[in-house]
Design a protein around this ligand. Sequence first.
Ligand code: FEO
Length: 170
Amino acid sequence: MLDAKVAELLNVQVNKEFYSAYLYLDFSNYYTEQGLNGFANWYRVQAQEERDHAILFMQYLQNNGCKVTLEAIDKPDQKFASFAEPLEAGYQHEQYVTGLIHTIYDAANSVKDFRTMQFLDWFVKEQGEEETNADDLVKKFSLFGSDARALYMLDSELAKRNYSAPSLTL
Ligand code: FEO
């Protein structure tokens, strides 16, 4: 059995990952409404990845004999005044999620729960990639977003992102 605090944090993370999926679907919907279908695609794929993360946390809890409690998912309620705002909010959100993962890691480390630490190693690496991707989007938009032709090309590039299942299996 997992330590109670570690199990609780893992269960909270299920909700946080589903919220991330919800948040990115909200971003995707915003860009669809604005006619930027490539940006919309990028966040729709990201939402699928976040759902995968939620399922992985659920499976890990279940593999360790823990009950999963699904809580209500917060409503994404951001209003965007510019195309750049979701990108910046996304980067901040990934930094926040990295902090959550590190908090679980800390809790697991404090009770010598090496199995959970090993499980979380994948997420520590994944967060590094997700922060880099989110930061790249912010930087690319600040370089090219104000030029209509460049924005069109960036949107076309983001339209090519395809979903692929996570490399971690349990
Ligand atoms: Fe599941 Fe974007 O972190």
